[in-house]
Design a protein around this ligand. Structure first.
Ligand code: C2E
Ligand code: MG
Ligand code: MG
Length: 559
């Protein structure tokens, strides 16, 4: 590159300037300058990188410190709490909670969590208690007993040990509730529990378990080397203890208990079957007349099956015409004139044949069927009695109908009776109701009020099978009956046993003193009739006088 310029002063040229430059040199200079610049920039870059790195490191350190802090104060407690919550969820309440020193939100949370877990544990204890104990008596309940029984069975199986299960049911407990009210019923139960616990404590051994299965049912597990003997001792003591009268509201309440015993592993080796067997055996004790104990036996299973079968058959038997009534005349002893008729139910089963009332009435009673059958019998009897009026001498005959304890307790007996009388048009004075002594015992208040209602209708009430329940003559004062029927067992033994004769004589005298009619049933021989006539027994009934008759046979007899 060459640049030439003249140097001029005014118009005079003084000289000139010439500048020339070499490209190579310039290039070398430029390269030099570039190199310098680059190294400068590099240096600055390195410095910045270093500062950046240092700052990064510091930031990282700060982050790490913050992380550790957060971990310590927030994450760890929360994680521990979550862990504790999981364990509590699984029912483990003794969990360790993180320390709650700080006054911040986390501390609050931990403290609240602690309180909450304690509350849950407390509720759980209460719920468990509720679920596993009986509220009234504080005894183990069915659920807890079953669980324990299952455990004990496993243990006894390993040790090869026997156990016994006692199924205890208070006899006629419902009566207490019905007559004295539920509060008194609860009180009676508590006193029974007292007696049972004491007996179990004394005779059942330390390992024994007592539970209330509901209502008036108690179950005892005797877990002892000598379980069979212990169970028998215990059952004997319980039957005796629970039969002792209880004084409630200044009244003596007579109850009893029926107990079924079953043995492990003899009778069954699982809880369900053992409990079922115990129940069956208890039921058999009831059938055997209550206030006693029975051992389970395989034969009982069949008995239960037969009973269930019979119950099914009995349902609808009336509609199928298998049930009918027969009539047994009742005579006045003085002139041996027929004055009335007792109605007796008969069941002619197409396959099983004639089934005695002693069997099927009990089935009907226990299944509650009697509440359906009873009114039907009553109605049919009233209708039938109207037919006798057409025949000579038949217009004054009374008809005597047996009424079961259950019918008596069902409450509307008086209404049923009134309805039957109204529908049939039978005068009330011609209807007699026979109640068994056992229906009335211990229940004098209810019985008395019911009898009062019946009396107001004009119906007469007789106490059937008198003497068998041994309620004592004093009951006659409390329960206003119009007549008693001396049980046929007395009549049968009268000739042989002077005590029975004396007792029969005393009953007659006592009844007459109270203005009560005396009927003797089951007279099979003239000698019995004569003996009773001598002692001025009012009425008499029995095979010697007449067997139960069909309605046609009775009408013929009347004619
Ligand atoms: P129960 O009321 O004491 O009836 C008298 C029972 O004695 C009847 O037995 C009768 O056939 C029987 N009998 C009468 N005279 C003699 C005799 O001289 N010797 C003997 N050995 N027995 C005699 P049955 O008909 O077998 O009735 C038994 C029980 O069944 C009755 O005893 C009564 O408690 C009950 N029963 C019968 N029918 C009914 C009914 O319709 N309703 C209710 N609730 N119970 C009934
Ligand atoms: Mg009778
Ligand atoms: Mg009788």
């Amino acid at each position: 590159l060459e640049v030439v310029a003249p140097v001029v002063l005014g118009s005079q040229r003084l000289g000139g300037v010439r500048v020339g430059m070499d490209l190579v040199g310039v290039r070398a200079q430029q390269a030099d300058a570039d190199a310098q610049l680059e190294s400068g920039i590099n240096e600055v870059g390195k410095r910045h990188l270093l500062v950046g790195l240092v700052m990064l490191l510091v930031l990282f350190l700060i982050a790490a410190v913050v992380a550790v802090y957060v971990q310590r104060t927030l994450v760890q407690p929360v994680r521990l709490l979550a862990d504790a919550a999981r364990r509590i969820e699984q029912g483990e309440y003794a969990v360790q909670l993180p320390p709650a020193h700080s006054n911040d939100e986390v501390g609050d949370l931990v403290r609240s969590f602690g309180r909450m877990s304690q509350a849950i544990a407390r509720h759980d204890r209460e719920v468990r208690k509720l679920a596993y104990t009986d509220a009234l008596t504080g005894l183990t309940n069915r659920l807890a007993f079953r669980e324990s029984l299952e455990q004990r069975i496993v243990q006894a199986g390993q040790r090869g040990q026997r156990m016994a299960l006692l199924f205890v049911d208070v006899d006629d407990f419902k009566r207490v509730n019905d007559t004295l009210g539920h509060e008194a019923g609860d009180e009676v139960l508590l006193r029974f529990v007292d007696r049972i616990s004491q007996a179990v404590g004394r005779h059942g051994g330390e390992q024994s378990l007592l539970a209330r299965f509901g209502g008036d049912e108690f179950v005892i597990l005797v877990d002892h080397e000598d379980a069979a003997t212990r169970a028998m001792d215990l059952a004997e003591v319980l039957v005796a203890e629970l039969a002792r009268p209880l004084s409630m509201n200044n009244r003596d309440v007579f109850l009893g208990s029926s107990i079924g015993i079953t043995l492990y592993p003899d009778d069954a080796s699982d809880a369900t079957s053992l409990l079922k067997n115990g129940d069956i055996a208890m039921y058999q004790a009831k059938l055997a007349g209550k206030n006693c104990y029975r051992y389970y036996s395989r034969a009982m299973d069949h008995a239960v099956e037969r009973r269930v079968h019979m119950e099914q058959e009995l349902r609808g038997a009336w509609e199928r015409g298998e049930l009918h009534l027969v009539y047994q005349p009742i005579y006045r002893t003085r002139d041996r004139r027929m004055v009335g008729v007792e109605v007796l139910l008969r069941w002619q089963h197409p396959q099983l044949g004639a089934i005695p009332p002693s069997v099927f009435i009990q089935v009907a009673e226990q299944s509650g069927l009697i509440e359906v059958l009873g009114p039907k019998v009553l109605r049919a009897a009233c209708m039938e009695a109207r037919r006798w009026e057409a025949v000579a001498g038949g217009e004054q005959l009374f008809v005597s109908v047996n009424v079961s304890p259950r019918q008596l307790r069902s409450g509307d007996l008086a209404a049923v009776v009134a309805q039957c009388l109204a529908d049939s048009g039978l005068p009330a004075a011609r209807l007699h109701i026979e109640l068994t002594e056992t229906a009335v015992i211990g229940d004098e208040m209810l019985a008395a009020s019911l009898l009062d209602k019946l009396h107001r209708n004009g119906v007469k009430v007789w106490l059937d099978d008198f003497g068998t329940g041994f309620s004592g003559l004093s009951h006659l004062r409390q329960v206003p009956v119009d007549g008693v029927k001396i049980d046929r067992s007395f009549v049968a033994d009268m000739q042989r046993d002077p005590d029975d004769l004396a007792l029969t004589t005393a009953i007659i005298a006592m009844c007459h003193a109270l203005g009560i009619t005396v009927v003797a049933e089951g007279i099979e021989q003239q000698a019995q009739f004569d003996l009773l006539a001598q002692r001025s027994c009012d009425l008499a009934q029995g095979y010697w006088l007449s067997r139960p008759l069909s309605s046609t046979a009775l009408l013929e007899l009347l004619q």
